[in-house]
Design a protein around this ligand. Sequence first.
Ligand SMILES: Cc1cc2nc3c(=O)[nH]c(=O)nc-3n(C[C@H](O)[C@H](O)[C@H](O)COP(=O)(O)OP(=O)(O)OC[C@H]3O[C@@H](n4cnc5c(N)ncnc54)[C@H](O)[C@@H]3O)c2cc1C
Ligand code: FES
Length: 426
Amino acid sequence: MLNIAISFIALVFLLGLVAYVLILIANNSRALSINQNRADLESELLKARVDQIMEAKRLEDEKAKLSWNGFRKFRVASKVKETHDITSFYLSPHDGKPLPGFFPGQFLTFQFHIPGNAQPVVRCYSLSDSPYHPDRYRVSIKKVPAPRGEPKAPPGLVSNYFHESINEHDIVDVKAPSGQFYINMNVKTPVVLLAGGVGITPVLSMLNALVEIESQREIWFFLGVRNKKEHVMKEHLEKVAKENPNVNVKIFYSSPDEGDKEGDDYHVKGRVSVENIKPFLPSNNYDFYICAPPPMVKDLRADLAAWGTPKAHIHFEAFGPATVKKCKTEPAKEEASKEEAPKIDIRFTKSGKILPWNPNLTSLLEFAEKNGIPLDSGCRAGNCGTCLTAIKNGEVTYVGEPGSPPEEGSCLACIAIPKGNLTLDA
Ligand SMILES: Cc1cc2nc3c(=O)[nH]c(=O)nc-3n(C[C@H](O)[C@H](O)[C@H](O)COP(=O)(O)OP(=O)(O)OC[C@H]3O[C@@H](n4cnc5c(N)ncnc54)[C@H](O)[C@@H]3O)c2cc1C
Ligand code: FES
């Protein structure tokens, strides 16, 4: 009897042991399969990342191969009126050779020798169409009037010259596309494009590019204008929204005219603000791309941040009026110069010159130009990055806000003045 009991206990023990071992094996193989899945996922992600880097590199290489230094001649292939004060210019390379692509959001830099101006004038204009047209570029330019309340001030120099004096078949001098404000086309995250007035140009390029590659990303496009008279690219935006279920276009009129119809011409009466776009968006979980006049960009950035949007998801560019900024800073500089300023030396290593800083000037760019030291420039307002110059020694103070922070050890010469003795790589 005792033997039977012992055998029974031994059998139960054995069965328990077998069950335990089986459970261990099952758990192990589950863990192995989870690990395998995780490894597969990680390798997929790694592959996607490598593909993304390779694609970016391929585009960069292609761009570099076709790109050019300095100014290249372009012919105005056509000039198309978009609204009463915005006109598009289609540009073909005069040499007939292929054009490099660009990243949607980048801009072109133009140089003009305008009669009555001793110095050539340089301005930036965003590429307003997708990059997938290798034979032409498009820019869309607003004719800038004198500031409100200053009727005697001269109207915008280059924008008016473009509208009035540049016609089909004319030749213009253009630098290769550049700029840091562009959309990453290799990700699938939902995106919000926000534009005020002619600030539509870079974000329209982004929208058109996404639509052309048939991206399935969730896309919101908010455009703010005053009324129908200013409603730029109206038919195009309506067509894009109609043909692409993932694209939502919402138009805001801040002061609609009597005949402008809500629900037909526009969706919201008011400005493009975070408060006004919130009802459309389920969350702030988007990449935001903003282009508008500086005050609107400032408000949108601040309100998106207050909504909890991570800084890395807020991308922006402002079309700052370089001339006005310059006019406004001049009196302050003159005041400062009356005081006894300590002597500051600026050393330009490439040019081999050491020159005393002139505190009456508004920027290191202006100082370099006045002294015949070649420095590239574009917007002259801290937005385009063209004047980025390496600092070999010393520090600078910014008199304007950079569109994006300059690289470590460099300065944006167009909005920088020296703090003390300075050595620049120029
Ligand atoms: C990266 C970037 C991209 C851009 N993309 C576009 C684009 O796609 N489309 C577009 O239309 N613009 C764009 N801009 C803006 C564009 O570069 C010019 O700034 C704009 O066209 C005005 O240039 P302007 O020569 O006509 O005016 P400016 O001559 O620079 O004058 C600007 C303003 O200052 C006023 N002013 C001039 N002199 C005086 C004075 N003595 N006293 C008082 N006021 C004065 C003028 O009346 C005008 O209102 C972009 C800017 C940047 C930086
Ligand atoms: S010229 Fe554009 S940032 Fe200086």
